[in-house]
Structures are given as C-alpha cells and as structure tokens.
Design a protein around this ligand. Structure first.
Ligand code: URP
Ligand code: ZN
Ligand code: ZN
Length: 474
C-alpha cells in the first residue's frame, strides 16, 4: 500500500475551492480534508498551489489516417502531450471500417492504442455507414464500454449520413443509454461551393472557410436538435464555433431537448483572418475559424453555462512535413499541411491542442476574469466526466475517485509555444503567448507522470475506460 499526502494546497472542484490536504492510497483518493496525517505517506508540499482533478478531453484524433497521411500524434505521443498540459483522460474517435463490423473497428483502435496509452482513455464510435446489421450492433457497443456515437451531416460521400439514418442512430442509441455526438455542417452546400471555388481558381486556405458557411452549421445544429427531439435521445454538439449554433443550443435546451455542446480553444481566439496568413494552413480544421463576434459569443456560452465542455478536437499535422523536427532526440517528419499547397481541399483538416487546452484556457479564462476557477474545472474535467459516463471515477477529487490530480502553479509565467507544448508536430497555434498558470505535477491514478519538465510516464500505463450508459444530461 503506497500513500501520498498532498499537503497545504487549495483544492478546486466544480463546486468551489477550499484549503485541503489530499491523501492518495495506491490508485485512489482516500481522504480530502484539513490537517490530514498519515505517518507512512510520502508528503508533497503544495502550499500556494492549486489541486485540480486531472483534465478530461473527450475529443481527440490520434494516429488517424486522413488525406493520404496520418495525424502526427499517436496514442503515446498524444497522451504524453495531454499529460504535460494537465489532461489525464482522453477519448478518441474510432472510424467505422469501410467493410466489416463496428467491433472490428473497435479492435483495430484497441490494437493501435492499448500498448501505447500513457493516460486513461475511452473511445467513441463513428457511424458513417448504416446497414441494418449496424443498427443491430450499436447496442452491443455498450458491453465494450463504448457508449457514444458520432454522426456527420457533412463530408459527403465519406462520412455523412442522411437525416433518416441519423434519426435511427439516435433512436437506437438513446434507447440503450448512449449519447449521439453530431458534426454539424451542411455537406451539400459545401460540395457545391468547393466545386465552384476550385473552378474559379480560388485555392488558398481562406477558401476552406468561405466554402463551409456558418449558416450551414446553424441549420445542421438545429436539424440535429430536432432529430434528437423526435428520436427522444440526447445529443452533444461537437466543436461548436459560431454564435448562431450556440443560439440553436440555447433554443433546444430551453425547450427541454437534452442537448449539450462543446467548443475548442482555437474557436475562442482565431478567425478567418488567420487563414489569410502566409502560413494560414496551420489553422485549417473543420469546421473552420470564423469571426471575432463568434469568438466573443462562444466565451459568453462558456460563462453562462450554455455550453458544458471545452474539448480540443486534437488532430495535428506538420505544417511542413518535408522538414524533420527533433522528437525525443531523433529527426522525424510526417507529411502534413504541405500536401495542400496550391489546393485548400487537399490540406489535412485538423489542428494540435490536447496539451494547450488547460494552460490556454486558464490564462485567457480564469486569469483574465471570464470564468472562475471552478468553471474551469467543470468545463475541462467534471462536466465531460459526467456527460461521458466516467463520474465520479474521473473529474472529481473525493474519496474513491481515481487519483488523477494536477498540482497547478497559478503563478508560473511562461512564453508558450512549440517548445513548451509536447505535441509531435512542428508548430503551435499559441506561439509566443504569455501564460500565467501551468501544471507543475500530474498524477495518473496515484502515479506521478509529469514532474515539471520531466516525463515519468510510460507507454502502456494508460487503461481503457469502460464507460457507463445512461450518463447524466447537464
Ligand atoms: O478538422 C478536423 N476537425 N478534423 C477531425 C475530424 C472532425 O470532424 O472532428
Ligand atoms: Zn467533427
Ligand atoms: Zn474531431
């Protein structure tokens, strides 16, 4: 029996903050209270520091084949980057195989992840092709610990489902306590506009945004909410990035539809102007960056609780995959955004962020007075743990919870960027940003995996999380 006593810090939960000691025994939190004593415990002094539950990022894409390459973090390097940024639980999306069963897709993702995982992890299943046997198979995913399904109203001829299929997925999922997650864009309009843009020779990165209009998201979000209402099933809108989409979320919630939503940090800061830069491809992801008004509206949705989660949609690519970086002391290059030089439709979609999420949101949210420390914990840890069927094992610091703990130094100042972020890519969206507040130590189930700059974790120590159905609607 190993005990660790974290002494003298301030424990921050989604409910509030208080000075308290935390006693860890083996993998779990044993006690939280004032002036705790445990004679055999290793003592960690934390005065002046905050004690937070490890972050939960429910939206990552590790080792994902796309556009003839692959997202550049795998289930080890991405987990390691997550941990350095204070995140100890991640959830990745499993592609539905082109042929074969959902179970086969799941097995393929386990084969990629299980031996590499360095933090705890769960999976969501993409439903991108709906045969009758797929509908039969969906409920069986619950037995595999997968309680969430992602559907798309965009990516025509690849991942998009017709509305009737989305309705059926929601209905069968809802009946079995599963949550449907929706990528809301209008695939048909995108298809027309992309063809027109290319025909007119409009090939630069900003056309990625112009060919995916915000109204398509507004309409698709409302469509998803209406389908969920008809299917009597809960819904979660992923990567929300426009004000009008947030209006639809509020509209649905006000009418009692069990709909929730996430945004991702880039949508709080960046705009289509960033796509106009020389290196605009760095900001290409779907849905795209929008306007300053959208940034401000999304902050409003976090402040007033209309949106429940800040996730990342971490899906990194090299900006220039022909030029190796040094990763773990070795040169490494993976084809990336340069594949779309001269044609925005060939730029791999996605941006890095799993390690950035908590430090960036702390400085811009808590330090700059937009959200409280408790809201920060709710948005980055407790709410996703609840929504995705992991609470109170994750997202909490209370007796019996997994001892996933971040000792957060609120006074640490640093100039952030690719040198600090541990992502396996050659750029960072927040290069040169001045941050205040950063993880100092990170524990995964009682094991110290990050100690300042030192990485103490290892591949294979992360465990697959068998998540619970019928999770709460927040
Ligand atoms: O550009 C992005 N977000 N790539 C990942 C796939 C998705 O739709 O989330
Ligand atoms: Zn998506
Ligand atoms: Zn995604």
């Amino acid at each position: 029996m190993a005990q660790i006593l974290i002494r003298g810090g301030t424990v921050v939960t989604a409910e509030g903050s208080s000075r308290a000691d935390v006693l860890i025994e083996d993998e779990r939190v044993k006690q939280v209270g004032s002036a705790l004593h445990a004679s055999d415990a290793a003592v960690v002094e934390a005065s002046g520091k905050l004690i937070l539950p490890g972050g939960v990022d429910p939206h990552t894409h590790f080792d994902l084949p796309m556009f003839g390459t692959v997202s550049s973090d795998d289930h080890y390097t991405g987990h390691k980057a997550a941990a350095f940024g204070g995140t100890t639980t991640v959830m990745d999306f499993v592609p539905q195989p082109d042929t074969g069963t959902l179970r086969q897709g799941l097995q393929a993702w386990h084969a990629k992840a299980d031996g590499k995982a360095a933090v705890d992890f769960g999976f969501h299943m993409n439903i991108t092709r709906l045969a009758p046997e797929t509908l039969d198979e969906i409920p069986r995913l619950v037995d595999e610990g997968v309680t969430t399904l992602k559907v798309f109203t965009a990516y025509n001829n690849r991942m998009r489902l017709p509305d009737g299929d989305i309705f059926q997925v929601m209905r069968v999922g809802g009946k079995h306590g599963m949550l449907t997650m929706l990528h809301a864009e209008n695939g048909d309009v995108i298809e027309v506009l992309v063809a027109e843009a290319l025909a007119a020779g409009n090939t630069s990165p900003e056309w990625h945004a112009h060919t995916r209009p915000a109204w398509g998201e507004v309409e698709a979000a409302l469509r998803g909410i209406a389908l969920a209402a008809q299917a009597q099933s809960p819904l979660y809108l992923v990567h929300m990035n426009v004000a009008g989409e947030l209006d639809q979320l509020r509209f649905g919630r006000a009418r009692g539809v069990p709909v929730m939503g996430e945004t991702c940090p880039p949508y709080l800061f960046f705009t289509v102007d960033d796509l106009r830069r020389e290196d605009g491809a760095k900001w290409i992801c779907s849905p795209p960056m929008r306007t300053a008004e959208d940034n401000a509206a999304l902050w409003g949705g976090l402040t007033d609780g209309s949106m429940q989660v800040v996730a990342t949609d971490h899906c990194p690519f090299f900006f220039d995959g022909t030029r190796p970086i040094l990763y773990d002391g070795r040169p490494l290059a993976i084809p990336g955004k340069e594949l779309g030089r001269g044609d925005f439709t060939k730029i791999p979609n996605g941006v890095p962020g799993v390690g950035d999420r908590m430090p960036i949101l702390w400085t811009t949210g808590v330090v700059q007075g937009r959200i409280t420390a408790s809201q920060f914990v709710a948005l980055t840890s407790t709410n996703p743990a609840k929504i995705f069927g992991l609470y109170p094992r994750k997202g909490a610091i209370e007796p019996g919870s997994d001892a996933d703990i971040v000792i957060w130094d609120p006074e640490r100042r640093l100039t952030y960027g690719v040198a600090h972020a541990q992502h396996r890519t050659d750029y960072n969206l927040y290069e040169g940003w001045e941050l205040r507040g950063f993880p100092e130590k990170v524990y995964l189930r009682g094991q110290l995996i990050v100690d300042g700059e030192r990485w103490l974790g290892r591949a294979g120590m992360g465990t697959f999380l068998h998540r619970q159905p019928f999770a709460p609607i927040l």
